[in-house]
Design a protein around this ligand. Structure first.
Ligand code: FES
Length: 78
């Protein structure tokens, strides 16, 4: 069995480690750097999807946990 690890960063990408093939929506293989981790965008802002290009930090993307905390704070601000 291959060791695979996917790590959700706090307010950014998904880090994929291990021998994990990546395919586009039509089933075509997407090239990744063999033996190196790759980072998938989860903010929707990358211009290099499906990969993260760092845009998440420019647009102030908040991961789910941080977004819920921020929403809870703003609800109580009235
Ligand atoms: S998560 Fe990094 S650009 Fe979207």
């Amino acid at each position: 069995m291959t060791d695979v690890r996917i790590t959700v960063s706090k307010n950014g990408s998904l880090k994929v480690e291990g021998d994990v093939p990546l395919y586009d929506h039509e089933g075509n293989a997407v090239e990744t750097r063999e033996g190196r981790p790759y980072y998938l965008c989860r903010c929707g802002g990358s211009t290099n999807k499906p990969f993260c290009d760092g845009t998440h930090s420019k647009i102030g993307f908040l991961g789910a946990e941080a977004a819920v905390e921020a929403a809870d704070r703003s609800e109580g601000a009235d």
